[in-house]
Design a protein around this ligand. Structure first.
Ligand code: CLR
Length: 395
């Protein structure tokens, strides 16, 4: 039934919200949404989804050949999708509108070293507010693994759904114990469709294609399909892994036309290797959520997401939306004042943990493997060399 998931008192405001989305494209974060759809969690927490299966991340380092490594990266990537795209439905009942991070907002976390997998650390910073851009750095120094990326969205409306084009990419670097680069992967991100709006219970379906290109020429092409396609199941994918072309051994190789591996299934449940019939991914087991370094909000730096938004989040969690909106206005006014002060002083906000570059050379090089669109992209590079030890003061 239309509006089924919408509380009676909010039906009108939901209809107004849907109308405003329909006549709008660009930055959804600025639209006012009815209370029932608000999430108490900021987008700066989302990069943690990359590492909720830390043993699959660390397993990338425990491979011997370029081929094995490419498969391990694909397995880890596919296994992150359930967390990235369905966890709000599981935790909050449906997809929700996350808190729109302020410029300079931070999130720090880690996954502990268990059974020799090494500790994995996460640093996130909101590097732009208009448009919203989130940069992240995830590293496991013991295993020589580093994932660096940034995330932004362009939204539009089509056929009753919100279409979200993901802007940004991630680079995964694998280093030897002697600190030499063993491999490097360019990871692009799928397109999202947000369905179920009419019913007031939005959920994400992934569409089109994303890629993982390795420095040695291995290329994974991942296609996404939802309901209404073969078999009618939600959350289907098919990944084909192409070896480097033998004709291009010296220069950057292009993929040969036949795939060496085909992996297929449902990204929120299980998938299998078509050739061997063996299970490829299985995300039906529990995942490991990130641990924040300081549990108590008072111990955190004032720019840390959970501390910065604490009263807004509390209001949303407890259903006190007046308090939530009052506290949100405080944060927004403070931000506006800061920008005015900077303008008056002729200064600029300084990023703390990332440097912006206009064009990412690794994106440019590896993107040629699949004719990346656009051919050039900017990026945010982690400032700190070597493992970064976080303290509330150092942030
Ligand atoms: C952010 C980067 C993560 C994956 C991810 C998952 C869910 C996406 C989110 C990204 C961006 C913001 C997003 C969200 C789902 C809904 C939300 C598109 C891509 C929009 C802004 C809110 C829409 C409001 C409706 C729910 C009504 O790695």
């Amino acid at each position: 039934m239309p509006g089924e998931g919408v509380p009676t008192a909010q039906k009108t405001s939901w209809a107004t919200f849907l109308k405003s989305i329909a006549s709008f494209s660009g930055d959804l974060s600025s639209l006012t949404a009815p209370p029932f759809i608000l999430s108490p969690i900021s987008l700066t927490e989302f990069p943690a989804y990359w590492c909720e299966r830390p043993e699959l991340f660390s397993a990338i380092a425990d491979t011997n050949t370029d081929e094995e490594r490419s498969i391990a990266v694909l397995k880890w990537f596919i296994s992150t999708l359930k967390g990235q795209y369905t966890s709000r439905n599981e935790k909050l009942g449906s997809e929700k509108k996350p808190l729109n991070p302020v410029l300079g907002e931070l999130f720090f976390g880690y996954w502990p070293d268990i059974n020799g997998r090494g500790q994995t650390n996460l640093v996130v910073e909101q590097v732009s507010h208009h448009p919203p851009i989130t940069a992240y750095h995830i590293c496991n120094p013991t295993k020589g693994l580093e994932l660096q990326g940034h995330s932004a969205q362009k939204t539009s409306f089509s056929g009753g759904s919100i279409i979200v084009k993901q802007i940004g990419h991630a680079i995964l670097t694998v280093r030897s114990p002697a600190d030499e680069i063993v491999d490097q992967f360019l990871i692009t991100l799928p397109k999202l469709r947000i369905d179920g709006l009419w019913y007031g219970s939005p959920y994400i379906e992934l569409t089109e294609t994303s890629y993982i290109a390795s420095m040695h020429g291995w290329l994974s092409v991942i296609e996404y399909k939802g309901k209404g396609y073969f078999g009618g199941k939600s959350h289907q994918f098919k990944a084909q892994v192409y070896p480097p072309s033998p004709l291009h051994t010296a220069a950057l190789p292009t993929p040969s036309t036949t795939a060496k591996h085909t992996l297929e299934g449902l990204w929120h449940l299980t998938s299998k290797d078509n050739r061997t019939g063996e299970t490829f991914t299985d995300v039906t087991t529990p995942k490991e959520e990130v641990t924040t370094l300081y549990e108590g909000l008072d111990e955190m730096n004032e720019w840390e997401s959970r501390r910065l938004w604490r009263w807004v989040s509390k209001g949303i969690r407890e259903g006190d939306f007046e308090a939530a909106s009052r506290e949100k206005s405080k944060i927004e006014n403070e931000q506006r004042q800061r920008r005015r002060d900077e303008q008056a002083d002729g200064t600029n906000w300084q990023l703390r943990h990332f440097n912006h570059i206009d064009s990412d050379p690794i994106y440019e090089l590896l993107g040629k493997l699949f004719k990346a669109q656009p051919p050039l992209e900017d990026a945010y590079i982690f400032k700190h060399n070597g493992p970064f030890t976080y303290t509330p003061e150092s942030s």
